[in-house]
Ligand binder design. Structure first.
Ligand SMILES: Cc1ncc(COP(=O)(O)O)c(C=O)c1O
Length: 470
């Protein structure tokens, strides 16, 4: 087989010359190009001299191939003008890729989990990247270790101590691609150490529980009430070697873990040698209650702190960190190192510069105001349009719970998309989407992610929500 690019046409034409006989091979290649529409009816072919030169074959061979194709009706040739593809040649359309399944566009997105992506601080991020690249030592561009760049670990240690009351030496900080990645790493370490179960909250992010299950761990559940996870139930779970919690702002119910329970879960960890995995996914966003520091500050030996930039900046960065008790830091580094060495160094150095310059704090403060305003508008709009609706989980974070009448959650979620045959285009999740498979369906509510729409889409999304609530 001989493959050549004939580039004497205005566009390159790939001709696949098969077989020992060049003339037959060229004829078949041209037929194929015409059949599939790559050579359109009326298209001008190169002169036999030019095509012969392009393909490295004799001009006569090309001329003979053209003549036969004219005789067969594939090509036309008139004295004194170029050879062309015959105008009425039937083309067989090239196979078309299967059409994507018909999906309706989401007009209003109030699903939880994303910050306003249109607010990403592009200019400040660029400035930080410039600074980072200018200052980086040459060795930074080599292979690094699983803990990540020292500049970022130092910046994160300072930031977490200042804003979240986390007690950590930079040596305890491991940079990862978000909380999920950190959780997978810890799950692997715990499994290797013989842990069989990690307790989780009855409501939580399904993908996090799945990471644990995939690591071969069982995930018994703790009930969640108005004071957060009922950590006293850990005493009924003798095989639980760790517990995964969202203490500052339970996801998705929005309550904070009561101070007595914060103390109780640390006591449990000390008593049993267990670990508290503290997912502090949106701890920066609190509005009208005093800041709740991280549980990690109570006992850095028994708490693994999981931090992320996914809410404060953007999930697309894939940038987060673990704060590890010294006794498991090395094991975690080994587990992570097996899978991936370290994150891209440019993003790590940029994030370090972004924190050091104060841009991270500034961005968070600005977004806190934006989200607080949205939350207030949401409460006001619901009070006006759906006055019987109870809204909870308001004091922090990027999502609230909007209760719906018992048994109506699914209908409201469906109705957000369609009302009869009219497309509403609103995407929301019911709380059922976040319920542990063993937990009773004790609540009907929507989990409204008010940070998800862009600034320009927000009021439309809010109006759409008011329309669909019963
Ligand atoms: C409860 C919770 N934890 C953590 C995260 C962040 O995960 P990651 O850092 O892997 O993006 C999310 C994101 O939606 C979340 O909802």
């Amino acid at each position: 087989m001989r493959e050549e690019w004939a580039n004497s046409l205005s566009e390159d034409l790939h001709l696949d010359l098969r077989g020992p006989r060049l003339r037959d091979g060229l004829m078949e290649a041209l037929r194929e190009a015409i059949r599939t529409g790559r050579l359109a009816p009326g298209a001008k072919l190169p002169s036999s001299r030019t095509l012969g030169a392009d393909l490295g074959i004799a001009r006569n061979t090309v001329a003979q191939a053209y003549a036969e194709l004219v005789a067969e009706g594939w090509l036309t040739a008139r004295q004194g003008s170029a050879t062309r593809v015959a105008p009425r040649t039937e083309t067989v359309a090239a196979p078309t890729p299967p059409k994507p399944r018909h999906r309706r566009r989401i007009d209003h997105d109030l699903r939880p989990g994303q910050p306003d992506l249109s607010a990403f601080p592009r200019a400040d991020w660029l400035k930080a990247a410039r600074r980072a690249l200018t200052d980086a030592p040459d060795e930074a561009f080599g292979y690094g270790g699983p803990f990540g760049r020292p500049e970022l670990r130092e910046a994160v240690a300072g930031y977490l101590a200042r804003t979240r009351g986390v007690r950590a030496h930079p040596d305890q900080i491991m940079i990862c691609t978000g909380a999920s990645h950190g959780l997978m790493t810890i799950a692997q370490v715990l499994k290797q150490r013989g842990v069989a179960e990690i307790a989780v909250e009855s409501y939580g992010l399904p993908v996090h529980r799945q990471h644990l299950v995939k690591a071969g761990l069982d995930t018994p559940r703790l009930p969640v009430d108005a004071d957060g996870a009922v950590v006293g139930h850990l005493d009924d779970l003798p095989d639980a070697g760790a517990v995964l919690l969202t203490p500052s702002h339970q996801f998705p119910t929005g309550v904070a873990l009561h101070p007595d329970r914060r103390a109780a879960v640390v006591d449990w960890a000390r008593r049993t040698g267990g670990l508290v995995l503290e997912d502090d996914y949106d701890g920066e966003f609190r509005y009208d209650r005093s800041p709740v520091g991280a549980v990690q500050g109570l006992d850095p030996e028994h708490v693994v702190y999981l931090g992320t930039t996914s809410k404060a900046l953007a999930p697309g960065l894939r940038l987060g960190w673990l704060v590890l008790p010294p006794r498991i830091a090395r094991l975690a580094a080994e587990a992570k190192g097996e899978r991936d060495l370290h994150l891209g160094v440019v993003d790590q150095l940029t994030m370090a510069a972004f924190i050091a310059s104060g841009s991270y704090d500034r961005h968070i403060r600005a977004m806190r105001l934006t989200y607080r305003r949205r939350r207030d508008q949401l409460v006001a709009a619901l009070a006006e349009h759906a006055p019987h609706t109870r809204v909870t989980g308001l004091s922090a974070g990027l999502q609230v719970l909007v209760d719906v009448p018992a048994g109506e959650e699914d209908a409201v979620v469906q109705g957000s998309a369609w009302q009869g045959s009219a497309w509403q285009g609103l995407a929301v999740y019911g709380i059922g989407a976040f319920r542990h498979p063993d937990a009773p369906a004790d609540r009907d509510a929507l989990v409204i992610g008010f940070s998800t729409p862009s600034a320009s889409a927000w009021s439309g999304a809010l109006a759409a929500l008011c329309r669909v609530l019963p």
